[in-house]
Design a protein around this ligand. Structure first.
Ligand code: G3H
Length: 254
């Protein structure tokens, strides 16, 4: 059985002191959580301090993106070794905001995924369609290209143990519009079928696929009850310990 993974992506929110406070609140709130994997992704600036706060707890650290190069003249970027040193468990790659605003392509996603896995860190790979893509009927094609692009050259062993996918319909991110349970499940099942095509049945069954897009306490139970939904990548509701915990509670109750 796949373990639920609930990850709070803090995006460009919270100062360092606010991040430390939120991380401490989350550590306290989830101390008795047993079944669900809990992950938080602060900004680069706050990540090292947050890593100290969560040390020894059941909360894991994700970093929001890296560059695929080892070092050099890449103003504003950080490398995988930098985030490895502070103890990153996961790196989020290919978020739609990166794709939309910062020229992320399936090729750069793939370079980052391979770099991260080679460093022994797990990846959360984000995929998802825009409203226009959904309405013009190219959803499956878009997801197929994103998935095959991201995973090109990724070994079966890494796919099995170190890859989480996050399906985020772009039209549902930060808009308050959630995909219905059925809409989300239909796409998740399709994604799993693509993984089966690439890696076979066992890895398809093992791989966790999070849903992201206005997930909150009120809709989490319905989404998480779907056969192919294994957690959530949470934006807005992850910015307060109680709203984040409400989603974790829904996972724990399954
Ligand atoms: O990374 C998180 C997702 O983009 C979802 O954000 P949201 O929960 O604010 O819609």
């Amino acid at each position: 059985m796949r373990q639920y993974i609930i990850a709070g992506n803090w995006k460009m929110n919270k100062t360092v002191s606010e991040s430390v406070q939120l991380a401490s609140d989350i550590v306290a709130a989830v101390k008795d959580v047993k079944k669900t994997e809990v992950v938080i992704a602060p900004t680069y600036l706050a990540a090292a301090k947050v890593a100290d706060v969560i040390k020894g707890s059941n909360v894991k650290l994700a970093i929001q993106d890296i560059h695929w190069k080892d070092q050099g003249a890449f103003t504003g970027k950080v490398s995988v070794d930098m985030v490895k040193e502070i103890g990153a468990d996961y790196i989020i790659i290919g978020h739609s905001e990166q794709r939309q605003y910062f020229h992320e392509t399936d090729e750069t996603v793939n370079l980052k995924v391979k770099k991260t896995l080679a460093a022994g860190i797990k990846v959360i790979i984000c995929i998802g369609e825009t409203l226009e893509q959904r309405e013009t009927g190219v959803l499956k094609e878009v997801l197929g290209l994103q998935i095959k692009g991201a995973l090109a050259g990724v070994s079966a062993e890494d796919a099995d143990k170190n890859v989480v996918l996050a399906y985020e319909p772009v039209w549902a991110i930060g808009t308050g519009k959630t995909a219905t349970d059925e809409q989300a499940e239909e796409v998740h099942a399709y994604i799993r079928s693509l993984i089966k095509e690439i890696y076979g049945e066992k890895i398809a069954e093992d791989m966790r696929i999070q849903y992201g897009g206005s997930m909150k306490g009120a809709n989490a139970a319905g989404l998480l009850a779907q056969k192919d939904i294994d957690g959530g990548l949470i934006g807005g509701a992850g910015l307060k310990a109680d709203t984040f915990k409400a989603i974790i509670d829904a996972a724990e109750a399954k």
